[in-house]
Write a new protein. Structure first.
Length: 460
């Protein structure tokens, strides 16, 4: 009896903290998010327009846009489907106890880990499903209106009527249609398999390859334990170790590169691409592995320098971007886009119940968020980690070219947020900066000020 009482106290404490955080971060209140119909919206490299006949009225949503669909002529539905299809990883409660801690919830301390998981999940979705994939049930979640369902039903009805008026198809046409339908069904099934597999890797139990239990264990080498605050730079290195140590064969063809002191060493990234895939039976290839590039940066002192706002917008506009691990002081978010002077983010602070992802056909609804949130750029914490996904060496060359355009510092800023350097990091001699040729980002011959160490990237 004595052993059960502390357990009951811990459960009550966990439930109280869950309820408190849900109220604190406005999830129970379900506050509206407003979008302008007259400005483009960027979401992980894609651009959406919400244009309306009534140009002066704003758009609001518990999902993404106002219900007055007749006034909206832009691709609103596509934005809703795209945003909701991103994997949403939040606080969970009542999961198996994290070893050595007695904690069965990450509520109140695991938000940066969750933001890092969401960024990693986006990279894996790109690898296995592609950027254009969307979840078929994306528009069926609460918070989104049912007009799109009606629209889809109407389209199916029209297609059915058209086919009936056309009469019987010739045998070869019917066979082709059946073959096409079978191929589409097989593709849909395969997409569902990968969708569930990616989410299962982030399950909240010790066996999960990229779950919070595994991340906490890997954080011990950085002096972190369950219940501690994790900075975005520390999380970047934890994610690298997690992918490196993963044993699932599907994860053998991908690796994570973390920039050193705000510097990306190009030869190291290329070597990561060309490094032999782990596991038996690996076939030789020029691009054996995809590379997730994580760059911890600091965009100011105590607050984010406004001169970096356009830089962040430029990063989130790139097709290779997988988002930003950032947030406000003491609140980590996963930034996925922007509109005007506001960032669009996915919030990990909503505490949900444990889901056993090892079960067949486990529910997916709690892993997708129907309600985007926004916050002003001015509230952004300066410590963050930028993420990019590179499929091949050719991709990486394009990434460096596109980012180099974004990296040009303003007239008030002498240094870019980070730099690309030719060569390997281990070859760089800090006592003799000329041993490696820098790519000319701001101006030729300018020396690079050493950036803060990884341990300095924390949420203030």
């Amino acid at each position: 009896m004595e052993n059960k009482e502390p357990d009951e106290v811990e459960k009550l404490k966990t439930k109280f903290m869950s309820a408190w955080h849900n109220v604190k971060y406005s999830w129970i209140l379900k506050t509206k998010t407003y979008f302008s119909r007259n400005s483009p919206v960027f979401l992980l490299g894609k651009c959406y327009h919400f244009k309306a006949q009534d140009a002066d009225s704003p758009t609001k949503s518990g999902g993404a846009v106002a219900p007055e669909q007749e006034l909206v002529t832009g691709n609103v539905e596509e934005f809703r489907r795209d945003f909701t299809s991103r994997v949403w990883l939040t606080y969970r409660e009542e999961f198996p106890v994290i070893a050595g801690s007695g904690l069965s919830s990450d509520c109140g301390w695991g938000c940066t880990l969750r933001a890092g998981q969401m960024m990693l999940a986006q990279a894996l979705m790109l690898r296995f499903l592609g950027r254009d994939w969307t979840w078929p049930d994306a528009l069926k979640l609460d918070g989104l209106d049912t007009e799109s369902w009606t629209s889809n039903a109407a389209k199916k009805l029209v297609a059915s009527l058209e086919s009936s008026f056309q009469g019987e198809s010739p045998p070869e046409t019917s066979a082709r249609l059946q073959t096409r339908a079978a191929a589409e069904e097989a593709s849909t099934h395969l997409n569902d398999v990968y969708h569930r597999k990616v989410i299962s890797w982030f399950g909240d139990s010790p066996p999960a390859q990229l779950g919070v239990h595994r991340l906490v264990a890997l954080g011990h080498t950085s002096g972190k334990t369950a219940g501690d605050w994790y900075g975005p730079g520390v999380v970047a290195h934890i994610l690298r170790r997690a992918v490196e140590d993963a044993t699932d064969p599907e994860l053998q063809g991908i690796t994570v590169y973390v920039a050193q002191d705000c510097t990306v060493y190009r030869a190291d990234v290329i070597d990561s691409h060309q490094e032999c895939t782990r596991g038996p039976g690996a076939e030789p290839s020029a691009d054996r592995r995809a590379v997730i590039i994580l760059i911890p940066v600091r965009l100011g002192g105590e607050k984010t320098n406004p001169e970096y706002f356009d830089f962040v917008k430029g990063i989130l506009s790139l097709e290779y971007c997988i988002g930003i691990i950032g947030g406000k002081p003491k609140q980590a978010y996963y930034f996925v886009g922007f509109q005007d002077d506001s960032l669009i983010y996915m919030d990990p602070h909503y505490c949900q119940s444990f889901v056993d992802v090892s079960a067949t056909d486990f529910p997916l609804e709690s892993y997708h968020c129907p309600s985007p949130k926004k916050m002003p750029f001015s509230k952004m914490d300066p410590s963050c980690t930028l993420g990019f996904y590179s499929r091949s060496v050719q991709d990486f060359e394009k990434i460096t070219e596109e980012i180099s355009k974004v990296l040009k510092p303003s007239s008030k800023e002498k240094y870019p947020a980070f730099t690309f350097v030719k060569g390997h990091g281990q070859d760089y001699d800090f006592s003799c900066p000329q041993t490696l040729e820098r790519t000319e980002l701001p101006s030729a011959g300018e020396s690079r000020r050493p950036g803060p160490g990884v341990g300095d990237f924390v949420l203030l």
